[in-house]
Design a protein around this ligand. Structure first.
Ligand code: PHB
Length: 395
């Protein structure tokens, strides 16, 4: 059967938050896009991901008209707790830097974006197969088979690879034209969803002799928590009692006790830092996890993706309104400026809070010295607060 050709301005690979947000921002300026996604809408919606939004991410969702549900149903958090040596130390974001973050799971961000694109008549093709991209240095094209099995060609001015951490787009950049940076960590996170009341109103990042744990929340009755584990840990070997006893060893003490309940879901989350540079090749632009992944300790993954597309949108908007490529040409540098700040912050939080297998007494005592130097100093706490709540958009 012949391939049907569609012509558009921007072809976007991936209907995660980055792809949908970009498509939404472009549509508001009258710039056409087609979004192509191999997963079904249901599959993306059911993916359990992180939950912290920087104030800049919240502002973009609300001000660009995606939805204000985050303000109504999300929880504003004015701080976090760092817990070590059995004691909690609050980092008061509001007091330190005048900002907050919102606990609002990525699955809700996706639902809001998908609903907005649908209501606005956006062209989003879920459940496609056999995607390939062509002619990146000329007039780029995307080929795919749609959900009904029809072969389609999308011809565009630009292709945006927002196709996630397993991006196929980034492999289209010739090796000579890219540099990949990797950092592996000797641990992973064991994540659970549990049916239990909240144990705290804010997130608790806990360092202990027995390893790291993070206490987060989802609803009044469902909680999200993680503990540091071996990257090869097998979830099948962990029943509820074993899971809870691991949490107890890491966070309970001095009057604090986690509220426990049935474990609804358990998973091992891989941990690594990755950056692809530059984030552009010819008429292909990479955005979000396709170009970079960070360990989850800094809660930066989704926020970086949204920052990328905000900056990319400014470049595309400027190109279509003035014909000038200057802003578009600065995309990679501007996006990477924030990516490397976030890489450092995520690495720093990770190394400060996790125990490294084989660490000796010196390593452990030095780590406690580091934690004390942060919580004992207004400047130390302010650095953490500024990074966690999010830097201004890169110039
Ligand atoms: C979450 O709620 O899933 C979450 C929160 C903060 C993180 C990572 C994950 O740093």
């Amino acid at each position: 059967m012949a391939r049907t050709t569609i012509t558009t301005q921007v072809a976007i690979m991936g209907a995660g938050p980055a792809g949908l947000m970009l498509s939404h921002l472009l549509a508001k300026q009258g710039i056409e896009s087609v979004v192509v996604e191999i997963r079904s809408r249901q599959q993306i919606h059911e993916t359990v991901r992180a939950g912290i939004l920087e104030h800049g991410t919240v502002n973009l969702l609300v001000d660009s008209g995606v939805s204000d549900r985050v303000l109504r149903e999300g929880d504003r958090h004015d701080g976090i707790e760092l817990r070590f040596n059995g004691e909690s130390h609050r980092i008061n974001f509001k007091e330190l830097v005048g900002e907050s973050v919102w606990l609002y799971p990525q699955t809700d961000v996706f639902a809001d974006l998908a609903a907005r694109r649908e209501a606005d008549g956006g062209d989003v093709r879920y459940s496609v197969t056999d995607t390939t991209v062509h002619d990146l240095e000329g007039k780029p094209k995307v080929w795919f088979s749609d959900a009904e099995g029809h072969d389609v060609e999308v011809e565009a001015d630009f292709i945006v690879g927002a196709d996630g951490s397993r991006s196929r787009c980034r492999f289209q950049v010739p090796e000579a034209n890219r540099k990949w940076y990797f950092h592996e960590y000797p641990f992973a996170w064991f994540g659970i969803l549990a049916e239990a009341p909240r144990s705290a109103d804010e997130l608790i990042y806990a360092n202990s002799d027995n390893g790291f744990a993070l206490i987060s929340q989802r609803t009044e009755t469902v909680q999200r928590m993680y503990f540091q584990c071996d990257p090869h840990e097998n979830v099948a070997e962990w029943d509820d009692e074993r899971i809870w006893s691991e949490f107890r060893r890491r966070v309970n003490g001095n009057g604090f006790e986690l509220k426990e309940g049935p474990v609804l879901e358990k998973m091992v989350l891989p941990f690594r830092s990755f950056v692809h540079t530059p984030m552009r090749h010819g008429n292909l632009f990479l955005a979000g996890d396709a170009a970079h992944t960070v360990p989850p300790t800094g809660a930066k993954g989704l926020n970086l993706a949204i920052h990328d597309v905000k900056v990319l949108f400014e470049g595309l908007d400027s190109f279509y309104s003035s014909g000038s490529t200057a802003t578009l040409d600065s995309y990679s540098d501007r996006a990477l400026d924030r990516v490397w700040k976030a890489q450092h912050f995520s690495y720093w939080m990770t190394s400060m809070l996790h125990t490294v297998p084989g660490a000796d007494d010196f390593d452990r005592a030095r780590q406690l010295g580091e934690l004390h130097s942060v919580v004992g100093s207004e400047h130390g706490k302010a650095y953490l607060a500024e990074s966690y709540t999010g830097w201004p958009t890169s110039r």
